[in-house]
Ligand binder design. Structure first.
Ligand code: CP
Ligand code: NVA
Length: 309
């Protein structure tokens, strides 16, 4: 994987995905492992949108591997406005060893990757959030022992988080069901991808409307915000469309008794999740948030460094 970009979970083979997860698990278990693997290396954090988890976990991940980060906000860089995306990619490649970028358009990431001579990592785009899905799978593995055969129900918007979770789940052999209202489904091209992954892995994929049907017998119930960053103008319309899609204690009760509740955060209590659910005993949202650090350490190690024995 050395020297590669991390734009989409769909670019991984099932074996590569398993390697990232096992590397992350080992880094988590053994804090003294590979602590200087990226000594002297710098990662640029180029963010068009706000962030807590992604920014801090990438920063700490680089420190824990012996490297550094430099944070660049859109107001300073003006990606595609003050300067063409290709020029930013060329210039940053002369200073840093990798670029983690959070963008609106997926096309911006692809353009950065095309012109940068260093690895580009997707730190969230409008279409995908691969680093989140890596943390999600590590969390499922820890809680359920494996990902293969696990029943994962995503309730809500067919957004960036749902797309990457669906890709990772079906690549790893899980049974992925998404329940969304009409007009908010996963894009058709993503569903086609998920079907191909599921066929190859022994997993399955279903896209349905009923949240009740989706969570029935689920091992994992997952939700995300109804209005993602950049969609604020449609907030009221989305609140109405998703009104029946809140993960409530009643909905959780339809899942398996040992089901876990997951959310990538930030969360809106009283919208996509009831407070009793996200703050209740089945919730693993802060383990998930912690795992961002471990999977990103693994990804940085594999893309930018050498695994030390
Ligand atoms: N889950 C996640 O990516 O959080 P941030 O937007 O705070 O980085
Ligand atoms: N779907 C959300 C995820 C935030 C981490 C968004 O894009 O705003």
């Amino acid at each position: 994987m050395h020297g590669r970009d991390l734009i989409s979970i769909a670019d991984f083979t099932a074996d590569e995905l398993a390697t990232v997860l096992s590397t992350a698990a080992r880094l988590k278990r053994d804090p003294a492992w590979c602590t200087d693997a990226l000594a002297g290396q710098t990662l640029a954090l180029l963010f068009e949108k706000p962030s807590l988890r992604t920014r801090v976990s990438f920063d700490v991940a680089m420190q824990r591997l012996g490297g550094h980060t430099v944070y660049l906000s859109q107001s300073e860089v003006g990606l595609g406005q003050r300067e063409p995306v290709a020029d930013v990619a060329h210039v940053l490649s002369r200073y840093v060893h990798g670029i983690a970028a959070r963008t609106y358009a997926q096309a911006t990431l692809l353009e950065l990757a095309e012109y940068a001579s260093v690895p580009v990592i997707n730190a969230l785009s409008d279409d995908e959030h691969p680093c989140q899905a890596l943390a999600d799978l590590l969390t499922v593995q820890e809680c359920k022992g494996d990902v293969q055969g696990v029943r994962i129900a995503f309730i809500g918007d067919g957004n960036n988080v749902a797309a990457s979770l669906g890709q990772a789940s079906t690549l790893a052999g899980a049974h992925f069901t998404i329940a969304s209202p009409p007009g908010y489904l996963l894009p058709e091209k993503v569903l086609i991808q998920l079907e191909a992954f599921a066929n190859a892995s022994g997993g399955s994929v279903r896209a349905i409307q009923s949240p009740q049907e989706a969570v029935e017998g689920a091992d994992v119930v997952y939700t995300d915000v109804w209005t993602s960053m950049g969609q604020e103008v449609s907030y009221e319309q989305r609140r109405r469309a998703f009104a029946e899609y809140q993960v409530t204690p009643e909905l959780m009760a339809l899942a398996r008794p040992d089901a876990i509740f997951m959310h990538d955060l930030p969360a809106h209590r009283g919208e996509e999740t009831a407070a009793e659910v996200i703050d209740g005993p089945q919730s693993v949202v802060f383990d998930q948030a912690e795992n961002r650090l471990h999977v990103q350490r693994a990804a940085l190690l594999l893309l930018l460094g050498q695994v030390q024995e």
